[in-house]
Design a protein around this ligand. Structure first.
Ligand SMILES: Cc1cc2nc3c(=O)[nH]c(=O)nc-3n(C[C@H](O)[C@H](O)[C@H](O)COP(=O)(O)OP(=O)(O)OC[C@H]3O[C@@H](n4cnc5c(N)ncnc54)[C@H](O)[C@@H]3O)c2cc1C
Length: 453
């Protein structure tokens, strides 16, 4: 991959903008610059596709196929000569030189560097979590989690005694939007779909348990939404363990802060985020969650020609608090930087980020959702919110084909309570569980190890 600053576009020299990350933020920025003669964009992502993260939990629970929520970055910018897409994992960032280096050893330098590499799971140094828990931040994560869920069902179907050893206990760490949506969808899958498919298995013994140090479900939403979400989940058999932390995750159990041990081989981690690795590699000042602190113009201090957007940045809000990590914040921050770049080229001042808050929503399971719409957070619950959720998410998805596929799968799930893409990838490491000889002895050994330490 060559470094190609100031490549002429239509015979005129243009400003070379290097964007790292093709998520909501990176795409938002690239779209703003696409088709503009004054700039030439190189968009780098470790994947050749954009992943629609809000629906990852539906891939994990076999509601949607992976292809429904992924769209080709090359196809997205196919019609724009001034946008090049390159696949590569950025491992080094030289903010002063506006250049990045990929794992394959290529260096790409520009006149302007836009960092938009998003976030990764934050395990908060919980022992064993990085090794044994399943995060949910990428398509690969979602497919691994789905593989693990289906594997425990297949293994328990083959050997029902595994249920006594926690085979059908599913633990979700984190009761925020991701944990809540995942819990609702898992509960629907387990209680409605699986009994039909695993007729010899005591599926009724399966549990979904949500653990969170906080005391509410759906943090960030209103009190009414907390109560509604808790009721929907508990009505669907989800066990809420609030005010409780996770002390340790092992291959076959988790230990909670109240001393409880839950036998499980499937721990989904929705417990927190930190900035993706290029944030630390950049050497730029990192704040909360390892995110790079930026000003209202989305630029970090003391790094001319660099912008940081989306989940990778701490973007100051009007109340001094950073904006939350949301797709809409990421997308709008990307658009803002795109507009600033064009403004500066035209000799005008940069833009200041102003967030147009259209509200927040979460799906809690089949037919149940909460939506807080607009700046004044008008609240909708139940089937109206569910319909609003379907409409908004379908509209946000890239590509007509993805939308049609998603609507077919949602409709299928809603009316028939069956799920299409129950694909078990036997090559994945998540499909191989070492059940050992006796689970109890394993727990005793690890308890002894802990007290000895
Ligand atoms: C499960 C889940 C559910 C969510 N639900 C909602 C919701 O309902 N509504 C909402 O508004 N928000 C939701 N969010 C949050 C929202 O998805 C994020 O805020 C948004 O995706 C952030 O956009 P971004 O562009 O900053 O980062 P991302 O979308 O994460 O994009 C970052 C991109 O950078 C690439 N990348 C990372 N590291 C490197 C590297 N080293 N080299 C090259 N490329 C790299 C990645 O491949 C990725 O394509 C959800 C998030 C998750 C995880």
């Amino acid at each position: 991959m060559a470094s190609d600053t100031n490549q002429p576009t239509n015979g005129r020299p243009s400003t070379h903008v290097v964007i790292v990350g093709g998520g909501f933020a990176g795409i938002g920025c690239a779209r703003e610059l696409a088709g503009e003669d004054s700039v030439h964009v190189t968009l780098i992502d470790e994947h050749n596709y954009h992943q629609f993260q809000p629906l990852l939990y539906q891939v994990a629970t076999a509601q949607l196929a992976a292809t429904s929520i992924a769209s080709s970055l090359r196809k997205t910018f196919h019609d724009y000569d001034n946008v090049d897409v390159k696949m590569g994992e950025v491992t080094e960032v030289d903010a002063a030189a506006h250049s990045v280096r990929t794992r394959a050893g290529d260096t790409i330098a520009g006149d302007i560097l836009v960092l938009a590499a998003g976030a990764q799971a934050n395990f908060f140094n919980t022992p064993g979590a990085a090794e044994h828990a399943f995060p949910l931040y990428s398509l690969t994560d979602a497919e691994r989690l789905r593989t693990r869920m289906l594997t425990v069902f297949e293994d328990a179907d083959r050997d029902p005694t595994l249920i006594d050893r926690g085979a059908l206990n599913f633990v979700i760490v984190g009761a925020g939007a991701t944990g809540t949506e995942l819990a609702g969808s898992m509960a629907d899958m387990i209680h409605d779909t699986m009994p039909e498919q695993y007729r010899d298995l005591a599926v009724s013994r399966a549990t979904v348990q949500v653990v969170d140090l906080g005391h509410v479900v759906l943090n960030g939403f209103s009190d009414k939404a907390h109560k509604y979400a808790s009721k929907v989940l508990t009505d669907r058999g989800v066990m809420l363990r609030l005010g409780t932390g996770v002390k340790e995750v092992t291959a076959d159990h988790v230990v909670l802060s109240d001393g409880t041990t839950i036998q499980t081989h499937c721990v989904a981690w929705a417990g927190g985020l930190m900035a993706a690795a290029p944030a630390a590699a950049s050497g730029l000042p990192q704040g909360r969650g390892g995110r790079i602190d930026v000003g209202p113009d989305l630029a970090p201090q003391g790094a001319p020609g660099v912008y940081v957007i989306g989940d990778m940045a701490n973007i100051p809000g009007p109340d001094g608090q950073a904006f939350p990590q949301l797709g809409s914040v990421a997308q709008q921050s990307g658009q803002c930087v795109g507009a600033s770049i064009l403004a500066e080229i035209a000799g005008d001042p940069r833009k200041t980020f102003k967030y147009n808050d259209k509200g927040i929503m979460a799906m809690i399971g089949r037919g149940a959702a909460v939506a807080e719409v607009g700046k004044h957070r008008h609240e909708l619950h139940g089937s109206i919110a569910f319909a609003a959720w379907l409409g908004v998410h379908a509209a946000l998805m890239s590509g007509v084909r993805n939308r049609i596929e998603a609507f077919v799968d949602w409709g299928w799930d809603y009316f028939s309570k069956t799920r299409g893409p129950q694909v078990l990838d036997q090559r994945s490491a998540a499909a191989h569980i070492d059940w050992g000889d006796s689970d109890d002895s394993d727990i005793e050994v690890s308890a002894r190890t802990r007290s000895a330490a």
